[in-house]
Ligand binder design. Structure first.
Ligand SMILES: NC(=O)c1ccc[n+]([C@@H]2O[C@H](COP(=O)([O-])OP(=O)(O)OC[C@H]3O[C@@H](n4cnc5c(N)ncnc54)[C@H](O)[C@@H]3O)[C@@H](O)[C@H]2O)c1
Length: 346
């Protein structure tokens, strides 16, 4: 099978490389010429453990290719994945879908035989429908279906997450499209990975609901840690004490400077906006968004308080600039709030 991945960032590059490792012929496309030039030489534009070796191996075995132009590859592709960015739209916090729609337009102009177009980008409910309308409008004779296949990999452990995920979610109503995706994910099916088939809109919502739930867990433990500081309780022990309850679970119960990164901040906000649009407000997630923002903005005060007053401090060392270990992604990292505030105050 041959597939095309449009957008060769954290998700597109990892997914494309892992599909190639499954034995699929993969063409990763990106409009960033410099990125593609480097990738063709085996130079990886991001830091992700294990990725370099896997990319090199699959280039060598002639299953993984890199292009700047999708017209060549998509004509023979059974599946075309959209894995472009969906950042917060400037001004209103909705997801900016301009990259997704642009990719849909480019696909429409070049699509050949029947393909399933798969949205791997995190997109609000109804985006699959819109992508389908864009393609039909530009190319009324195009033979395709649009599916949603949100990605749950985490930067820093992306390869393992893709190869051994907790689940794969596929939102799709059409049998032909479903069969192509079943075939693609066959190696995971053989590992007994739960593969959940849903309506397209449901799959779109699952991704936002999952990220918002995890962000809520982080915010909860951060607020409990504030209370611990006031009452003299130990937050580490509280985390363990509640995390050992199987219904709660240990993960995402580590207090810190607020969640950051390229997903949680924009996805929680986008879900809040979608819920408001549909007049079904998610007050809990609205609180999480505001609480996390305040935490990131006020974290510098804790640092200043911790610096002994008697010392004439000239230098403060910050260990850890990214939002978590094992990634070089600086998007929305709490350090981007903390460091400028410290520079102003110290
Ligand atoms: N980064 C993560 O950990 C993660 C995890 C799960 C889901 N997601 C979601 O996956 C999507 C992609 O995220 P990312 O972090 O990989 O983004 P990214 O910014 O790292 O990569 C996006 C890439 O798409 C390219 N691109 C944009 N428009 C294009 C076009 N028309 N044709 C070809 N290339 C194009 C850009 O040049 C860029 O290289 C987002 O919706 C994100 O929310 C990200």
């Amino acid at each position: 099978m041959r597939i095309t991945i449009v957008g060769t960032g954290y998700v597109g590059l990892v997914s494309g490389t892992c599909f190639a490792e499954f034995g699929v012929n993969v063409v990763c496309v990106d409009k960033d010429h410099e990125k593609i030039r480097k990738l063709r030489k085996g130079v990886i534009p991001i830091f992700e453990p294990g990725l370099k070796e896997l990319v090199k191996k699959n280039i060598k075995e002639k299953r993984l290719f890199f292009e700047t132009d999708l017209s060549k590859s998509i004509k023979n592709s059974s599946a075309i994945f959209i894995a472009v960015g969906t950042p917060s739209r400037r001004g209103d916090g909705h997801a900016d879908l301009s990259y997704v729609y642009k990719a849909a337009e480019e696909i429409a102009k070049n699509i050949g035989k029947y393909s399933v177009i798969v949205n791997k980008s995190t997109v609000p409910i109804g985006t699959g429908k819109k992508v389908s309308e864009i393609i039909k409008k530009i190319n009324p004779s195009a033979n395709f279906d649009v599916a949603s296949n949100p990605e749950f990999l985490r930067e820093g452990s992306a390869i393992n997450d893709f190869m051994r995920p907790d689940r794969v979610v596929i939102g799709c109503d059409n049998e032909k499209a479903k069969n192509i995706l079943k075939e693609l994910y066959r190696p995971l099916f053989l590992l007994e990975t739960p593969i959940l088939f849903t309506k397209r809109e449901t799959a779109e919502l699952i991704k936002y609901a999952a990220n918002s739930f995890l962000a809520t867990k982080i915010t909860f433990i951060n607020e409990i840690s504030d209370l611990c500081e006031k009452v003299g309780a130990n937050i580490g022990d509280v985390s363990v004490g509640i995390g050992l309850d199987g219904r709660i679970g240990k993960k995402f119960l580590h207090p810190g400077p607020g969640y950051g990164g390229s997903c949680f901040p924009k996805d929680t906000l986008a879900l809040v906006k979608t819920a408001q649009d549909y007049r079904s407000p998610l007050k809990l997630v609205e609180h999480v968004v505001n609480s996390n923002k305040k935490r990131k903005q006020s974290m510098y005060k804790r640092i200043i308080k911790a610096i002994p007053k008697t010392n004439n401090i000239k230098t403060v060392t910050i260990l850890g600039l990214t939002f978590k270990p094992n990634t070089d992604d600086m998007r929305d990292s709490p350090s981007l709030d903390i460091i400028p505030s410290l520079l102003k105050k110290i």
